[in-house]
Design a binder for this molecule. Sequence first.
Ligand code: 13P
Ligand code: SF4
Length: 302
Amino acid sequence: MHSLKREIETLKKEKKAVILAHYYVPDDVQEIADCIGDSFYLSKAAKETDAQIIVFAGVSFMGESAKILNPGKKVLLPDPTADCAMAHMADPKKIQEMKEVHPDLAVVCYINSTAELKTYSDVCVTSANAVKVVKALPNKEIFFIPDRHLGSFVAEQVPEKQIFLNDGYCPVHHKITPEDVRWAKAAHPEALCFVHPECPEEVVALSDYAGSTSGIIKAVEQSDAKEFLIGTEAGVLYELKKNNPDKIFHLVTPEQCCYDMKKVTLEKIRDCLRDESNEVHVPEEVSKKAAKAMERMLELAK
Ligand code: 13P
Ligand code: SF4
């Protein structure tokens, strides 16, 4: 075994730590993780673990979410500068204005958001449970923050509710265009196109399946097709290829890379575990309010 990986293994045992990793981090990090998953799976794993130290191989909102669900545990981020641009794309003033104009409104906050934004919301969602949670809410009017594309995907699936959209987006998925899909389909006419709902609506409309990262992984496994065009972050190819060695995968475009997720390296994992550095702190008041929205999600998504 690679000596760095051995060092991480030894440190992990010594400190009774667990490494949680999102599907978008580099392949060698996914290889050494105890749990790999999408945002929903990882938030449940963070809640259920007995480990006293959680190393979160992902971006800062993920580390914050793990800390909010486990205030008594030590959560370490291998690279605290790994941030998600979309996590900041909602304005508390706008949320307040919407609540004043629509008093029965529920603010539904995608988990890809800062802890502070979560405090203004009634419930959190991930891409894997957003439709289920929005359907389960008693409110007819919903303000969906921060991702406008996931918001409009949910609006399409839940037509009985009025969903107001915010103007945030994930720069990685937002960049994929309908022309990209048409080009990719022309180049690989046998392939099915599976995309993430963070992609623009026109891209989702051209796809054969749209769903969360884990949804895409499951849908590929259940499909009889042999070739796929994948419209989400490139890191997911590691799991797709591992589980389906006989299937062929192409990205819709070569640019589907989240550079923040790629900041997480084995060296940084070793260092933060060894030094117990880069601990995530969420102010108590913020944490308590954000926890309510996250716990409500876990309850409604059961
Ligand atoms: P999921 O993990 O919910 O599929 O979200 C994708 C994403 O962009 C995570 O940063
Ligand atoms: Fe944020 Fe998009 Fe990167 Fe996910 S892929 S962390 S939503 S920028």
